[in-house]
Design a protein. Structure first.
Lengths: 277, 282
């Protein structure tokens, strides 16, 4: 069952001015319950605009976005839409509201008017699931980027949304922070069955996704599972780098080595190459 | 990273720290009012004892509290010198005179009281900020001003603005550092020259800081919207402020103390105990 649906959506920034930017150009897609979707694309491909369209921060110029059947263009729906779709943004510093971590995580539940003991329960639970429970009474500005971003994820989790959208949430992190965040996100998807929309320009982060959507110039350029990594030349032509393991596999395939399955990680590559003669 | 202390909160557990911030705020205001009713050295002595007791209970080192007086030191000295020099007493009260400078003993007494009043006025809020976090103070203010929201004063929004400002201070300080370093790397000079030159050198720091604050504000607003924020409407709090017995007791103790101070000044019960007979009570 689909939760988010975009039907032939168009969006232009600074409409009717000289600096008009067409960000999204006729996109139709749907996000299903429990699914892990990666949206990849180069800068300016319109991928971040999609995130803002999905929870009604912006509304389409043309076309329709619905969340759990509710139209984002209707302002009365926005509150319920945002309870269903949580968004984690790029810069962790710009999404913290409070000076104490647990207060920040509590912000969402406080807004939907939960009783205080229930809020505390949810805050603790959310902090535990991102592994930041021990830091709950500290202040966010002492944390590393990856830790801050995990707190931001906890803040979204505390609202128990059905979909979590991560809008380039790992792009400002170091490799370790990125790996931590990815682990948390994967766990949420696998264990809690929460649908995840991962918006990124790192192809490596897309490899765990059930479905990969490649954006270019505001349009869906390519869509599919891991098999899209075989189309290396096409991806590189729109400025995307295929994961190293896939590149190696692709080159081997060109040389006539039989690697039939889609290879995206080192382990898969090793497992495919070692049995070969 | 530079160490940034917000205000001067001293994090220990004490009776004073654990009081309801609303009670503390009310007490502080009442204290300031009370100081203006004190006009004898005995009165000031009582206030001093009271303050020492509060500081002792708060577990904040006395030295730290006194340090905060440094910033008003100049003001105190200035006030004392001025009021001594410009006091016009009668001639048999004259202590020392030279040319137009005449120092009267009553002038000295007045100046001393003025200095004490200034010092005590500063100590009250100082103890409050040592024992209460800025966020608690904001919450207390929001709670106390709530009645104003019935006459359409946006109390919640104002409190939210204040708490976000507090939250952004460390971030902005860090960013200023970054911009300054980037410009130092390109040979900007912030250290030499007179104050005007240095202020001018800060301009290329302030402009990017200003621009990025707007960008931050925009992103923060999006993040808050995404987390279902719609102002005070239907909003609850995880940490509720509780007005407990200890708060009531401290208000009561303070009310008693205030009464004693008023009694010292107005001599309420001349028939029962006439304070005016105590001539040493100046």
């Amino acid at each position: 069952m689909s939760i988010i649906q975009l039907q032939d959506v168009y969006f232009t920034y600074n409409r009717a001015s000289d600096s008009e930017v067409r960000a999204v150009n006729g996109v139709t897609l749907s996000i299903n319950e429990g699914e892990f979707v990666a949206i990849v694309g180069h800068n300016g491909s319109g991928k971040s605009t999609l995130a803002k369209l999905m929870n009604g921060l912006i509304t389409p110029d043309k076309g329709k976005v619905t969340v759990a059947g509710l139209d984002t263009a209707n302002e009365k729906n926005l509150f319920d839409i945002r309870r269903n779709v949580g968004v984690v943004f790029q810069n962790p510093d710009n999404q913290m509201v409070a000076t104490i971590i647990e207060d920040d995580v509590a912000f969402g539940p406080e807004n939907i008017g939960m009783p205080s003991d229930q809020i505390r329960e949810r805050v603790y639970e959310s902090l535990k699931s991102v592994g930041m429970y021990d830091y709950r009474e500290g202040t966010p500005h002492r944390l590393s980027g990856g830790q801050k971003q995990r707190v931001a994820i906890a803040g979204v989790l505390a609202l128990r949304p059905r979909v979590m959208v991560l809008d380039e949430s790992t792009s400002m992190l170091d490799p370790r922070g990125r790996a931590d965040v990815m682990k948390v996100v994967n766990d949420l998807n696998k264990k809690e069955k929460m649908a995840v929309v991962m918006i990124t320009h790192f192809m490596e982060e897309a490899v765990t996704a059930d479905r990969i959507i490649v954006m270019n110039e505001g349009r869906i350029y390519m869509q599919g599972g891991k098999e899209i990594f075989k189309r290396q030349a096409e991806l590189e032509s729109i400025g995307l780098t295929v994961p190293l393991a896939s590149r190696v596999a692709n080159r081997l395939r060109e040389k006539g080595v039989v690697i039939d399955e889609d290879v995206t990680t080192y382990e898969e590559l090793v497992n495919k190459i070692c049995p070969l003669e | 990273m530079r160490e940034i202390t917000l205000g001067q909160y001293y994090p220990v557990r004490s009776v004073i720290h654990s009081l309801d911030p609303r009670a503390k705020l009310v007490l502080m205001i009442a204290y300031i009012v009370m100081i203006f009713f004190v006009d004898t050295f005995v009165g000031y002595g009582l206030v001093l004892l009271f303050l020492l007791l509060v500081i002792f209970l708060s577990k904040v080192p006395l030295g730290k509290v006194l340090k905060s007086l440094k910033m008003i030191l100049f003001l105190v000295i200035f006030t004392v010198v001025m009021s001594v020099l410009f006091y016009n007493g009668n001639e048999n009260d004259l202590l020392w005179g030279w040319g137009i400078i005449r120092i009267y003993s009553q002038g000295l007494i007045n100046a001393g009281k003025m200095a004490l009043r200034l010092i005590f006025l500063v100590l009250g809020p100082t103890i409050l900020t040592f024992t209460t976090t800025p966020v608690q103070l904001t919450d207390a203010l929001e709670s106390l001003l709530k009645p104003l929201s019935y006459i359409k004063v946006p109390v919640h929004s104002l409190a939210m603005v204040m708490s976000i400002a507090l939250r952004l201070i460390p971030t902005l300080v860090e960013e200023t550092d970054k911009i300054q370093n980037a410009q130092k790397a390109r040979c900007a000079d912030f250290e030499t020259g007179n104050i005007f030159k240095r202020a001018k050198a800060m301009l290329p720091v302030l402009i990017p800081l200003f621009v990025s604050s707007f960008r931050r504000a925009d992103e923060l607003a999006d993040a808050m919207d995404s987390r279902c924020y719609r102002g005070a409407k239907g909003r609850t709090r995880m940490k509720k402020m509780h007005f407990r017995l200890r708060d009531a007791v401290s208000l009561l103790i303070f009310a008693l103390f205030f009464f004693v101070i008023l009694w010292l000044r107005y001599n309420f019960f001349p028939a029962f105990f006439d304070l005016s007979l105590l001539t040493w009570l100046v």
